[in-house]
Design a binder for this molecule. Structure first.
Ligand code: 3PG
Length: 306
């Protein structure tokens, strides 16, 4: 049985070592494809793989078709917009993610970005504090929940909007559950995005919504590039000279934004939200354990394509 790790952005070595141990203890073989630069490398690597572990790597129909022996693919992470679930289902391939395993790393980055933007991107000059300010969490999943927990330590007031989470669950964390997305953006000095990228959410963060933010509002996006309407964002930053945008998923027009808005815009050079040794170990080992449990016990917990 061959388990392939295919990561354009590799796991930390400790995570790979841990995965290897789990795979080899189960009597399977581990194969590693890291930092690949061409799709053809992935296509030939999956040809004899029984299981596949990826990060944000795109598992398209072409990849699935090239993987004649594949039975399971696990996205070591939360967002699964990189997996073609229909193609997996068609070939009876189980697709899973590892929800929650890398959330803390992303949540810590959110607060780091907020401080960074509040302090003029660590340049000289008068900044501002987070204490007493209102933070809006757009989607209260694993990351959103942790952002709320950490933000409490900064003495922020926290609101959240999530139509898929019971208000009682949000309120039990001492967070105000607002009724609609407009209320979240109108009331909060900071909004942190934690929605997935799918047909409903793509380009949903638009000018109309962002324009509701109070004076000096700051949007933080550690979720997905596709959820932002990039033309709208550009227009809004032009019209509202008080608004700031910090992201871990750079928009395609990032150089234009940085040139035009300098201190008001920041993007990490490459997505680093889940780039901690801890997150790599948690997500990578979970993926390996899920694969072993699937093969040995038929365990399909975390299956996405039921
Ligand atoms: C996720 O969905 O888990 C995060 O976006 C992390 O993605 P990455 O594994 O590509 O860093």
């Amino acid at each position: 049985m061959k388990i392939l790790i295919a990561t354009e952005k590799p796991f930390a070595k400790t995570a790979v070592d841990g995965i290897r141990k789990i795979v080899e203890n189960a009597g399977y073989e581990l194969s590693l494809l890291e930092k690949y630069t061409d799709m053809s490398q992935l296509l030939s690597a999956v040809a004899d793989a029984d299981a596949l572990i990826v990060r944000s790597d795109k598992v398209t129909k072409q990849v699935i078709d090239a993987a004649a022996k594949l039975k399971i693919v696990v996205r070591a992470g939360a967002g699964f917009d990189n997996l073609d679930l229909a193609a997996c289902t068609e070939k009876n391939i189980v697709a899973m993610n590892t929800p929650g395993q890398n959330s803390n790393a992303v949540a810590e980055l959110v607060l780091g970005l907020m401080v960074f933007m509040n302090r003029n991107k660590f340049n000289a000059g008068t900044g501002a504090e987070l204490k007493g300010k209102k933070l809006g969490i757009h989607a209260y999943g694993n990351v959103g929940r942790l952002v709320a927990r950490i933000a409490k330590g900064f003495d922020m007031q926290i609101c959240a909007f999530d139509p898929f989470v019971n208000k009682e669950i949000i309120q039990a964390d001492g967070v105000i559950a607002v009724d609609n997305v407009e209320e979240l953006y109108s009331n909060c000095d900071y909004v942190s995005l934690h929605i997935p990228a799918n047909d409903r959410t793509k380009k949903s963060i638009n000018r109309k919504l962002l324009n509701l933010m109070p004076k000096g509002g700051c949007l933080i996006n550690t979720a997905r590039r596709e959820i932002i309407d990039e033309d709208d964002l550009l227009q809004l930053l032009e019209e509202r000279t008080d608004i700031k945008y910090a992201t871990d998923v750079a928009p395609s027009n990032i150089s234009e934004l940085q040139q035009k808005f300098d201190i008001r815009v920041f993007a990490t050079p490459k997505k680093i939200g889940a780039e901690t040794a801890e997150a790599n170990i948690n997500a990578g080992l979970a993926a390996a354990n899920q694969i072993v449990n699937f093969f040995k016990n038929g365990d399909t917990a975390f299956q996405l394509n039921r």
